[in-house]
Design a protein around this ligand. Structure first.
Ligand SMILES: O=C(O)c1ccc[n+]([C@@H]2O[C@H](COP(=O)([O-])O)[C@@H](O)[C@H]2O)c1
Ligand SMILES: Cc1cc2nc[nH]c2cc1C
Length: 356
């Protein structure tokens, strides 16, 4: 899969730039949307590229051993409880997805709760619950302050689970993939991943997550710093970084991004968890960045550090810090509009509009 991720197609991008020059608008007047549509043409290898519809959100859920260090005020069981809420259609991501016509798939890669998947003794597990992909690699990570959060084998399994979800959604007709995450405490591994891949200081990339007071924030920065000092993760070894200080949803989202990139389908990134995973995906396959669209700028400081490292400008900035895929889902109509211009806008010639 990684070997199949190749650079953007230069001739399709040149065709999109040439088409933009003939459309009835001043050159450059659509700002970032112009370069986005050019990039999507390069990704698809054709101009115009396919409209990025329908979009499919995958919410990857996992729990975290580092929760024991007091990095979040929320109890761990909220992760599993929110999975149930997603499946019932009652979370913010469900409302936003309905607004833009996107599907929501929930993927358990590491929730502590068995979510009803553990078969009763002697019974065969019923894995057919709608909307939930049962792909638990293990029930939560280990505490990264005392040992590596994951083994390399567990990281590989989560990467593969994420890629499989991307392949399935594309096979089912999705033309844009949207990353979502749910995991109480997961902004701590996200910060550690961003520090490891960008070389930034722990304090510059650690934020307040769901919302924490100054005491807890100080502890959270110290936890990130201690984990990095203990494991000294090597950014040239992305699996090793994910194993040392990552999370199962972070690894699965990295695989999801790589899966989408290998199918040359745009992957719209949500907040700090998604962009920390994107750093791992880019370290594994640098050309995967061509498939990444930064849906929004999360309020978490690490998100901006990661986006700058990836060279991505987010489409919207509403001060959001929810996760679930919510910020990325809001950007789906913007991505679609960028492409629609290439199909529907008249040229100066066809519309009889004078050029300057
Ligand atoms: O997407 C973001 O940038 C984001 C920022 C802050 C919090 N979150 C969400 O909040 C949870 C993690 O927050 P915390 O404080 O427990 O680390 C997890 O479920 C994330 O989806 C998400
Ligand atoms: C209620 C709640 C909803 C969430 N959605 C994503 N992260 C979350 C964290 C909490 C605490």
């Amino acid at each position: 899969m990684i070997d199949g991720i190749s650079p953007l197609d230069e001739s399709a991008m040149a065709a999109a730039r040439a088409l933009h020059a003939r459309l009835t608008k001043p050159a450059g007047s659509l700002g970032a949307l112009e370069e986005l549509s050019v990039r999507l043409a390069g990704l698809a290898g054709e101009c115009p590229p396919p409209l990025p519809e329908p979009a499919a959100v995958a919410v990857f859920a996992g729990d975290h051993g580092v929760h024991a260090q007091g990095v979040t005020p929320w109890p761990q069981e909220v992760t599993g409880q929110m999975v149930a809420n997603f499946l019932a259609g009652g979370a913010v991501v469900n409302a936003f997805a309905r607004q833009v016509g996107a599907s929501v798939t929930v993927v358990d890669v590491g929730v502590l709760d068995d979510l009803g998947w553990a078969p009763a003794p002697g019974a065969v597990a019923d894995r057919s619950r709608p909307g939930l992909v049962a792909a638990k690699v293990r029930a939560g990570t280990r505490d990264m302050t005392t040992q590596p959060a994951l083994t390399r084998e567990e990281v590989s399994a989560a990467l593969e689970a994420g890629a499989r979800v991307a392949f399935t959604l594309v096979d089912q007709g999705a033309r844009a993939l949207v990353t979502g995450d749910m995991g109480i405490a997961n902004t701590t591994p996200a910060a550690a991943l961003i520090a490891a891949f960008t070389g930034s200081d722990a304090e510059a990339v650690t934020g307040r997550g769901t919302g924490i007071d100054d005491d807890r924030y100080t502890r959270k920065v110290a936890v990130v710093r201690a984990a990095l000092a203990t494991h000294r993760p090597d950014p040239a070894d992305p699996l090793g970084v994910l194993a040392a200080v990552g999370g199962l949803e972070h690894a699965a989202i990295a695989g999801f991004i790589l899966g989408g990139a290998s199918r040359r389908v745009p992957v719209i990134l949500d907040g700090v968890i998604a962009v920390s995973a994107a750093l791992a995906a880019a370290a594994l396959a640098p050309d995967a960045v061509g498939a990444m669209v930064a849906g929004h700028r999360s309020a978490e400081p690490g998100a901006s550090v990661a986006l700058a490292h990836l060279g991505l400008e987010p489409l919207i900035d509403l001060g959001m810090r929810l996760g679930e895929g919510t910020g990325a889902v809001l950007s789906v109509p913007i991505v679609a509009s960028a492409v629609r211009v290439l199909y529907e806008v008249a040229t100066f010639d066809s519309a009889g509009v004078s050029e300057k």
